[in-house]
Design a protein around this ligand. Structure first.
Ligand code: ZN
Length: 306
């Protein structure tokens, strides 16, 4: 096993996720049995070189998995807060490439010279075409072969954490850029409340294949020879007030009741803490967050190609 970002095998084992637990929580979330792809316990590994956290085995969710997930109401979001941040970096002179674009929600209202999205879903391609948005059904590695140096801005929003070939995808995006072009990566931040979230199965495989601490972005700058222009933590979004308050309380109970943190914890102690934390979070979420916003779910890095 080697790190998908730096290819180093200097890895440390952080946790073992029992397959039975992982399968069970996905089953209750979306009715899908991940054992069609996974046959063994899953290791969570941290890279000692670049800081990226990934999983072994590294198998991204298949079509049946995503078909089950996309029926959840929160799955498709048309207006992500990080889109507003991304649009501020783009001018009417930019040729924009977006990977994992979905149906092109980011392209809407974007004032740029040209826009090209890449996505695997034929449904997304068709929906975008109906609105005059160009989405191509190919990998960025394939796209880079015929589009080297054709873009001034490459971006992805909540995509890199689903990717297994992390280094190759970043390299292909950089290959698509001209000199002076920008690369924007928006992902869930591991340097946030997500790090110790309680039974947050969507931050685990096969949905998320990697976790991103700030250290990994500094590594990218150094390793790919690009300049890190900005590393921005989005403030906590209103839709996450409850999760944040809940996980803050869970952490307090863990400390008080000596419950070691585990990504999936089905113990009686943790379940009791969960009930108290849910009640507390209902009160807390109406509290101080509107004026005192903690670091939120998402981090955005913007790089410049020399
Ligand atoms: Zn690494």
């Amino acid at each position: 096993m080697s790190c998908p970002l730096c290819h180093s095998s200097n890895l440390k084992e952080l946790e073992i996720l029992p397959l039975a637990d992982l399968a069970s929580v996905y089953q209750s979330l979306c009715g899908h049995d991940i054992r069609d792809q996974y046959q063994q316990d899953v290791k969570m590994l941290g890279c000692n070189e670049c800081g990226l956290i990934h999983f072994d085995p590294l198998i991204a969710g298949n079509e049946a998995f995503y078909n089950a997930l996309q029926h959840k109401p929160w799955y498709y979001s048309d207006d992500k807060e990080e889109f507003h941040f991304g649009r501020k970096w783009i001018t009417n002179q930019d040729d924009v490439l977006e990977i994992g674009s979905g149906k092109g929600a980011f392209a809407k209202g974007l004032n740029c010279k040209s826009y090209t999205g890449l996505d695997f879903s034929q449904k997304a391609v068709d929906m975008a075409a109906a609105q005059g948005i160009t989405i191509r059904r190919e990998t960025v590695q394939e796209h880079a072969r015929s589009h080297a140096g054709k873009y001034s801005f490459a971006c992805s929003f909540q995509v890199m954490e689903h990717v297994t070939e992390v280094r190759e995808v970043i390299q292909a995006q950089l290959d698509c850029l001209r000199s002076g072009g920008k690369l924007l990566i928006a992902v869930p931040s591991e340097d946030s409340y997500l790090k110790k979230a309680f039974n947050l199965v969507l931050n685990l495989p096969p949905h998320h294949m990697s976790r991103w601490p700030d250290q990994s972005f500094h590594f990218i700058a150094q390793s790919f020879g690009v300049k890190l222009l900005e590393l921005h933590h989005m403030p906590l979004a209103a839709m996450h007030y409850h999760d944040y308050a809940f996980n803050l309380l869970m952490e307090s109970f863990r400390k008080r009741w000596n419950i070691p943190y585990r990504s999936l914890d089905r113990s009686l102690k943790a379940q009791s803490a969960r009930i108290f934390s849910l009640v507390g979070a209902k009160l807390l979420r109406h509290g101080f967050f509107s004026t005192n916003k903690p670091v939120g779910h998402t981090v955005i890095a913007v790089f410049e190609k020399p």
